[in-house]
Design a protein around this ligand. Structure first.
Ligand code: SAM
Ligand code: DTB
Ligand code: SF4
Length: 330
């Protein structure tokens, strides 16, 4: 099979975009061993199974967000005790990016607690993209909704990826967020795609959603005209003060199933084992890698919550014989 050499693995003719929701639910219901074997077999057709891409996150503007996402400690709607900050200086961002590069990251992801950026912030944001790229890192931003002009400016600055999650199924979305719609999300994603910026889009598991919702979320992603190049699957970080702080979370095996189904549906996409690794055992992370996850966030912090320390991750890579993915292969 020559798929490994495809210029655009998410666009290969053998990649399906016509998945039916019932088929996805059937995958979820497969015996665990069958599901993992299938996911790992597909994974090997597209990727080196022992390589994992590393990104590092930075919150460039924290807290005070006007949106009411029920999982998020950065929303101004909830009392979470998180102090709000203004947009960071470009120089300070660059210094942090240098540390991330030294820590082994190949992509730097800058996130802001905004509904959308203000036009007056665009020059600073574009400068951050240029400067971080100048270090030889890939750039990713997640800033909320974007207008056509804002997308064009970020593209012009050289932004490689834009992260904008759909979070859950279309049906469950309104239980989690009321200040914007699923369609708002899809519109920004289409703008980003049309501008030629790589799409990073996924969601959160463990928010009290049903398996049908998890299947529905993956159905939305897998039936997009082009699959996102990067699909982050986050396990809810339960944060004090947020409406979802007492959520039951998700059974670890069900989380691994979600990763496996994502891998099967979107074989050429990077599936990112995102938030929640701090609360996962090594065994659970190993199962996620076996199920087809091939990228992670590294560094002590995600945006505002903890992530495993570098020595813990390097021990895990050592134990599992995993290698960091080099820049040109990611
Ligand atoms: N404000 C922008 C937005 O919402 O698009 C960008 C930043 S927002 C924090 C980025 C993503 O982080 C969210 O879409 C959500 O999927 C994820 N996220 C936020 N809080 C989380 C939590 N407590 N647990 C897991 N994922 C979370
Ligand atoms: C994504 O899907 N997960 C990352 C990144 N994209 C921006 C963010 C996770 C945030 C977890 C909560 C926090 O640290 O604030
Ligand atoms: Fe704001 Fe993003 Fe948090 Fe929602 S997820 S409250 S949009 S920072």
């Amino acid at each position: 099979m020559d798929l490994e050499f495809s210029d655009s693995p998410t666009q290969s003719p053998s990649v399906r975009h016509d998945w039916r929701k019932a088929e996805i639910e059937e995958l979820f219901a497969e015996p665990f061993n069958d599901l993992l074997f299938r996911a790992q077999t597909i994974h090997r057709q597209y990727f080196d199974p022992n390589e994992v891409q590393k990104s590092t996150l930075l919150s460039i503007k924290t807290g005070g967000c006007p949106e009411d996402c029920g999982y998020c400690n950065q929303s101004a709607h909830f009392e979470t005790g998180l102090p709000a900050s203004r947009l960071m200086d470009t120089d300070a961002v660059l210094q942090e990016a240098k540390k991330a590069k030294a820590g082994g990251a190949t992509r730097y992801c800058m996130g802001a607690a905004w509904r959308e950026p203000k036009d007056r912030d665009m020059d600073d944001l574009c400068a951050m993209v240029r400067d971080v790229k100048g270090l030889g890192l890939e750039t990713c931003m997640t800033l909320g909704m974007l207008s056509d002009d804002q997308v064009a400016a970020l593209k012009e600055a050289g932004l490689d990826y834009y992260n904008h999650n759909i979070d859950t199924s279309p049906e469950y979305y309104k239980e989690i967020i009321t200040t914007r719609t699923y369609d708002d999300r899809l519109e920004t994603l289409e703008r980003v795609r049309n501008a030629g910026i790589n799409v990073c889009c996924g969601g959160i598991v463990g928010m009290g959603e049903s398996r049908a919702d998890r299947a529905g979320m993956l159905h939305t992603l897998a039936t997009l005209p082009e699959h996102p190049e990067s699909v982050p699957i986050n396990m809810l970080m339960r944060v004090e003060g947020t409406p979802l702080r007492h959520s039951d979370g998700v059974d670890p095996i069900e989380f691994v199933r979600t990763i496996a189904v994502a891998r099967i549906l979107m074989p050429g996409s990077m599936v990112r084992l995102s938030a929640g690794r701090e609360h996962m055992s090594e065994e659970m992370q190993a199962l996620c890698f076996f199920a087809g996850a091939n990228s992670i966030f590294v560094g002590d912090k995600l945006l505002t919550t903890p992530n495993p320390k570098e020595d813990k991750d390097s021990q895990l890579f050592e134990k599992l014989g995993l290698r960091p993915m080099a820049l040109d292969a990611s």
